[in-house]
Design a binder for this molecule. Structure first.
Ligand SMILES: *[C@@H]1O[C@H](CO)[C@@H](O)[C@H](O)[C@H]1NC(C)=O
Length: 196
């Protein structure tokens, strides 16, 4: 019986190791050696990374738990909601998809300077259905309240690459998935925040 349990857990560990290859982040880092940038010790900082043709302007970003309660700092092991209060200067969008890139504020071994290093997410945060959580599609012209659920809890290999009590940056890019579109970007926003 005991050997069965051991064999089974060895198998589980092996399967887990195979699921997502662990890429060591190039130019690895000293732990917790950077100040929180842009006031992220106390509050989320956001700014636009939209290109000139993007039609949706994000005015502010808030992060809540699944019940809509404010949360700061963020626990990356639990699902959370990114709420984007925005204005659509363009047409109605029946469908959209969101790609999120993840960065952590780290000190570079080679330069000694703090900066944003990308954390590989193996596609886990790509192609998120931007209509799914809020069920508010089509996105019409005018004021919008976008809500996107991010859930890293199933991705232990991503979580394990994050440093506790550090600043992370989420680069959120929304794409047009209207029929006949070329999946052009319609908005881009950077959200910088503290995790615990
Ligand atoms: C701080 O925020 C500004 C925009 O408000 C941005 O241009 C700058 O790159 C940010 N600094 C860091 C370290 O991310």
């Amino acid at each position: 019986m005991l050997s069965t349990v051991i064999a089974f857990s060895a198998l589980a560990v092996a399967a887990n190791a195979l699921a997502i290859p662990l890429n060591p982040v190039a130019d690895r880092i000293e732990l917790a050696s950077c100040e929180y940038p842009n006031g992220t010790a106390n509050a989320l900082n956001m700014y636009s990374c939209s290109a000139s043709g993007d039609t949706i302007e994000v005015k502010w970003v808030k992060i809540t738990d699944l019940d809509g309660k404010d949360m700061y700092p963020i626990d990356p092991r639990k699902p959370f909601i990114l709420e984007l209060v925005a204005y659509n200067n363009g047409p109605d969008y029946e469908d959209n998809k969101v790609d999120v890139r993840l960065f952590e504020y780290q000190k570079s071994w080679s330069t000694g300077k703090c900066g944003w290093a990308e954390i590989p997410t193996f596609g886990a945060l790509n192609g998120i259905d931007g209509c799914d959580f809020a069920k508010n599609c089509p996105l019409t012209h005018g004021d919008l309240d976008l809500k996107i659920e991010l859930d890293l809890s199933a991705y232990s290999s991503i979580i394990s690459m994050l440093t506790a009590n550090s600043a992370i940056q989420l680069q959120i890019s929304m794409k047009d998935y209207n029929p006949g579109s070329k999946h052009e970007e319609i908005t881009c926003v950077e959200a910088q925040l503290r995790i615990n």
